[in-house]
Design a protein around this ligand. Structure first.
Ligand code: NDP
Ligand code: MG
Length: 383
């Protein structure tokens, strides 16, 4: 029996995790956490009957608790930590919340000895070094759910790590891949939310359009696989069929291909090291796809990606500052308070204005996250 704690149960990844474990006797959903989507939360509780549920506010908690008196409830950050650690040691935490809010719960789950299945890339960006140290100390394995990293995880089985020359992460290019920068000046939130290949949560869809998502993924890959930034490349691949490529020293490239469907990397993480049959997955018919195309990544067109390399190489607090400024900027853009191109300007300003320190503690990372977000939100919301 695999016991599962699922953070972000009502979201895009959370929903697909539930699809993968539905009707599978070997999984038991022990706990879930979500924010404010009570309607979806209620359906999940009815169907999966978890023992513990955490939500974002006391009000939501009280109203659900009346309906489900036999289930234990909590709310806020302490609730999220409890939900993340509800399984017994050896169980699984699937972290599918958005943003740095998932950091302390993950640290607590590592300390409890749970296997970590990670969709929440922001926490590795902000605190990759600390997380890696804890994984080693507590002998815990972390398997990526992000499709590119799931692909690299699979491709890296082809040869010894010392023979790896480069990791290559593919990028669909997002909603605006065929527009020039000039054409981005007045794009709307609705246009930015229309991703050509993937159906995902709002924040990551905007991150794909700005190419910040690829920036976060480069930093994520650096921490997951221990490869220098100079040996992690990105390439635009509009069809999203190849998700990641490992180039070995002999110049042989091993690529992973599949339809753009997050159910596959989710199942891979849940069943690793096995690769089981899932009757729901459609086979990839290469003759129907016909051709796969690639374009060189253009840093002038996507400056937010170059800023990610810069932040990653600076290390210390810089990747956290990059991420937090983006989280704040995206929330402002989604509320219609700033323009699309302001997102990258806000990130650039934050990287140059906030002071870096090397080897920050967890508390220092969380403090800078609050400081960066507050300073940006105050500037644009409270005039
Ligand atoms: P969604 O926005 O669809 O879902 C986010 C989930 O987190 C929801 O369940 C939401 O609850 C919950 N949540 C948000 N804030 C809080 C909080 N403070 N406390 C408790 N729960 C909270 O996001 P996605 O599923 O798209 O993405 C999740 C993560 O996975 C992100 O880090 C993303 O970058 C990563 N990822 C996503 C992919 C995808 O295909 N979607 C692909 C690869 C990575 P509610 O809605 O109820 O408020
Ligand atoms: Mg990805």
């Amino acid at each position: 029996m695999k016991e599962i704690c699922l953070l972000g149960a009502t979201g895009s990844i959370g929903t697909q995790v539930l699809n993968v474990i539905r009707n599978q006797k070997e999984y038991r959903l022990r706990s879930i956490a979500f924010g404010s989507n009570i309607k979806r939360g209620r359906e999940i509780i009815r169907e999966f009957q978890p023992d513990f549920v955490s939500v974002n506010s006391e009000k939501t908690m009280l109203s659900l608790n009346k309906e489900f008196p036999d289930i234990a409830f909590a709310f806020g950050e302490t609730g999220l930590i409890e939900a993340a650690t509800y399984s017994t040691a050896g169980g699984y935490l699937v972290n599918a919340v958005v943003g740095v809010v998932g950091l302390r719960p993950t640290v607590a789950a590592i300390k409890k000895g749970l296997n970590i299945l990670l969709a929440n890339k922001e926490i590795l960006v902000a605190a990759g070094k600390i997380i890696n140290r804890l994984l080693e100390e507590y002998k815990v394995q972390m398997i990526p759910i992000d499709s590119e990293h799931s692909a690299l995880h699979q491709c890296l089985k082809s040869g010894p790590k010392e023979d790896v020359n480069r990791l290559i992460i593919t990028a669909s290019g997002g909603s605006f891949r065929d527009r020039s920068r000039l054409e981005l000046t007045d794009v709307s939130v609705e246009e930015a939310l229309k991703h050509p290949n993937w159906n995902m949560g709002a924040k990551i869809t905007i991150d794909s359009a700005t190419m910040v998502n690829k920036g976060l993924e480069v930093i994520e890959a650096h921490h997951l696989f221990g490869i220098d930034y100079d040996r992690i490349d990105t390439v635009i691949h509009p069809e999203s069929i190849i998700h990641g490529i490992v180039e070995y020293n002999d110049r042989s490239m091993i690529a992973q291909m599949s339809l753009p469907d997050m159910h596959l990397p989710i199942q891979y993480a849940l069943t690793y090291p096995n690769k089981i049959q899932n009757l729901g997955f459609q086979p990839l018919k290469l003759w129907e796809i016909g051709s796969l195309t690639f374009r060189k990544m253009d840093f002038d067109r996507f400056p937010a990606l170059e800023l990610a390399y810069q932040a990653g190489k600076s290390g210390g607090l810089m990747p956290a500052i990059y991420n937090s400024s983006n989280e704040a900027a995206v929330s402002l853009f989604l509320k219609g308070k700033i323009k699309f191109l302001d997102i990258e300007n806000i990130i650039r300003d934050s990287i140059s204005n906030f002071r870096n320190i090397q080897n920050p503690s967890l508390d220092e990372i969380i403090a800078v996250d609050h400081k960066v977000k507050n300073s940006i939100l105050e500037k644009y919301e409270v005039k």
